[in-house]
Design a protein around this ligand. Sequence first.
Ligand code: C2O
Ligand code: CU
Length: 462
Amino acid sequence: MMNRREFLGGAATTGVAGVLAGMGHAATGPVTLTAKPVMVQLAPPDLPPTGIWGYDGQLPGPVIRARQGERVVRRFINALPQPSSVHWHGLRIENAMDGVAGLTQDAVPTGGEFDYDFTAADAGTFWFHAHNQSVEQVARGLYGALIVEEPDAPDADRDEVLILDDFLLDGETAQIDPDFTSAHDRSHAGRRGNFNVTNGRYDFSLPVKRHERLRLRLINAANARIFQLGLVGMTGWVMAHDGMPLATPEPIEGAFLLAPGQRVDLLADIIAEDGESAHLVRIDDGQGYSQAAFPVVGVAARNPRQAPDAFPPNPDMEITGLAEARRLRLAMEGGAMGGLKTAILNGERMTFRQLAEANQFWSFNGVVGLTDAPLASASRGETLRLEIVNDTAFPHAMHLHGIHFREVSASGSLGPMRDTVLLFAGETREIVFAASHPGKWLFHCHMLSHTASGMATWIEVT
Ligand code: C2O
Ligand code: CU
């Protein structure tokens, strides 16, 4: 039964309809999140609707908002023709809630349910997405934003989530290309789409006023596309990467990159004139395209604002014990035009040719795909330094679940907290992190065709 306080709380925030809906929940259990097939008008209206898979029948899924420190509870219901699970990307949560089918939980079968229940300790821009057969399920649309609000919202006139994606559509039927096992995609740069969208729209547009300050929460939900972005008609600052505030806002000059899985929080001030348009621009092969348009209708203030102060830091952003840290190395090999000769798949040494026949192309330290043995086993509280060597001909976006890391520069200084780092072909990067949360944490390339063909391992914290 709902008590008086909850009743009044509901009435205060959501009105009578909300109270009735809330009572419905009290009778039937927690708030649900249902993955199911649905038709949406993705392409222009002269093309038919597209069959996607969406959370609650939406593309993107519903925005889940929580206050920092609040509990998030969702009963996941799987109405897909495939087993699935939900990963809360970038959240430092209990391992059992991390949603990795085959590592932290069993995949939820068709018709099944799973209760996710965790506390959102960090404020920032996070997202959730399917984590079983991700190469297909995320590409079909199973993703949404998870926004954790600061106790005092940083000053901005609007707070907008922009989820960037590229669908691979048939030009006549507008249906999603169902070949998720393409050996070419897997062995090269991954599955890249031909139809770019923001929040599920090819023509995303949001009217604004001159001199308004927008907080833009950009999320790259694409399978493999590295978005190269820029601002036109706006001056902006990078405020946070992957949900973690920068100590000092970084003015945006020129283009910036957003790799699959990554997020960036911007503050952007509209400087385009009334009647013009500002744009978030996507740069493809040297050409600029509007990824999101901001037509200017009216003037909010006479003068531009002052440069912003940094967002408040999240808890436990300090990493100590760098000098004594245990050192690890991850050699990434394989793919087309790589030098991989042999690697271990399912306990057996195979030639690159045999691997290709199994549709597997990539190895981490000579091993293809997840095994029972972790890359490293750390005790809780230990600091680890991991050197990542990209000995392949392609870029990779390496994502560590459940733990944020910092990059160690050549001079030994530490970069911003991140959960996904982009490594270009031939690059070596070193990251450092505190093994703060016990459990099995997946570490994989967020180019999902690569995850599916070998680029996954895990780190154990005991
Ligand atoms: Cu966002 Cu293992 O993924
Ligand atoms: Cu990759």
